[in-house]
Design a protein around this ligand. Structure first.
Ligand SMILES: [Zn+2]
Ligand SMILES: [Zn+2]
Ligand SMILES: [Zn+2]
Length: 353
């Protein structure tokens, strides 16, 4: 597979993992579960089982990368140029009304709600419902292919895969397993990290229980994307047609063999992060990133969690182990005991009278 991949993997930073069960045998790396061992990458790469339209979209998106910046000065009227989404600015894009990226970002905002993501600013949460607060509101930012200034404020997640080693820690403790902890304070709305892995089709996820447990859906038969793309008049016809099909297929990010530390994020019914999808400098599935955003203020030492969804809890956990559910069970057990005590007391009373 690796030789036929369209996207080359970029190496990611390794986050320290410590097993602190207290049993020296169990804590030895040799005895860690296989799901705790993986190669770290800092982008998404194409994997198995993708729909042909997804692969073709990725290829066409890459062609843009290969040609646009080189040819655009000479061939600004060719079809190559019309592939382009990433911008050709030399300024700060968030204030440049002619920026292609800014136009696309605004178009997404108009279509899905939400505001621009600006570097260093908290990301707004436009939804009033607690679930899927960010999921349905994908955003667009500048990416590595844009020609704008290095400090372009619309290039808002360019550092998301950098300087992580000191910021995060993974610790395995008794009864909790491997969990992810923050070594920093962050306000609500802060982008925390990206979820990286292999882009795979639904068949891959059904095949393997571990893949099923660890993967996140990134394209879910998403017609809304198409609504945005159909408004892009200058886009190459083949690219547009392939994207239209691609966003009607299903794609997961599988972090099991190649991924990053965010795969260790535990489920919680009262989480402090949510998933946001961000297009980074392009509209191909390869440009679509899954980003964790803080939904509460985070303090150094806090465990980082998100809600895997009700289906997951039912299917895999049975009994949820998050702190909120543990506390609720403790309370309801206490209530049950109190109720039983009350019943016993009243029965005892009856017997006495
Ligand atoms: Zn820019
Ligand atoms: Zn721009
Ligand atoms: Zn741009």
């Amino acid at each position: 597979m690796s030789s036929s991949r369209i996207i080359r993997a970029s190496k990611g930073e390794i986050i320290k993992m410590t097993s602190a069960l207290g049993d020296p045998m169990m804590d030895r790396r040799l005895n860690w579960p296989s799901t705790a061992l993986f190669n770290t990458i800092s982008n998404n790469i194409d994997g198995e089982g993708l729909a042909p339209s997804v692969k073709r979209s990725i290829e066409l998106g890459m062609e843009q990368e290969n040609h646009v910046s080189f040819f655009k000065t000479f061939l600004s009227l060719t079809h190559l140029f019309s592939f382009q989404v990433c911008c050709s600015c030399d300024s700060d894009c968030s204030t440049n009304a002619n920026c292609e990226c800014l136009k696309m970002a605004r178009l997404m905002n108009e279509t899905f709600g939400g505001d621009l993501i600006v570097h260093g600013q908290p990301i707004d949460n436009p939804a009033s419902d607690e679930k899927k607060m960010y999921w349905d509101k994908p955003r667009f930012v500048c990416g590595p292919r844009c020609t704008c200034r290095k400090d372009c404020s619309l290039n808002a997640i360019q550092n998301i895969d950098m300087n992580q080693t000191k910021k995060f820690e993974i610790l395995r403790t008794d009864g909790k397993g491997f969990c992810l902890y923050a070594n920093f304070d962050a306000d609500e709305g802060t982008p925390i990290a990206s979820f990286n892995g292999e882009l795979v089709g639904p068949g891959e996820v059904k095949k393997d229980m571990d893949v099923h447990q660890y993967s996140l859906q990134v394209i879910a038969n998403d017609d809304p994307f198409w609504r945005v793309l159909s408004k892009c008049k200058s886009m190459d016809k083949e690219y547009k047609d392939q994207l239209k099909k691609a966003y009607r297929s299903t794609v997961f990010v599988n972090p099991l063999k190649k991924g990053n530390f965010t795969r260790m994020t535990s489920h919680s019914c009262d989480p402090n992060m949510e998933i946001l999808r961000v297009f980074q400098g392009g509209v191909s599935p390869a440009d679509l990133r899954v980003i964790f955003v803080a939904t509460k203020a985070i303090k150094a030492g806090d465990e980082l969690t998100f809600n895997y969804g009700d289906d997951y809890v039912e299917e895999h956990l049975g009994t949820c182990l998050c702190d909120k559910c543990k506390e609720e069970r403790r309370r309801s057990n206490k209530r049950k005991i109190e109720d039983t005590t009350r019943v016993l007391r009243s029965q005892a009373k009856k017997q006495c009278t």
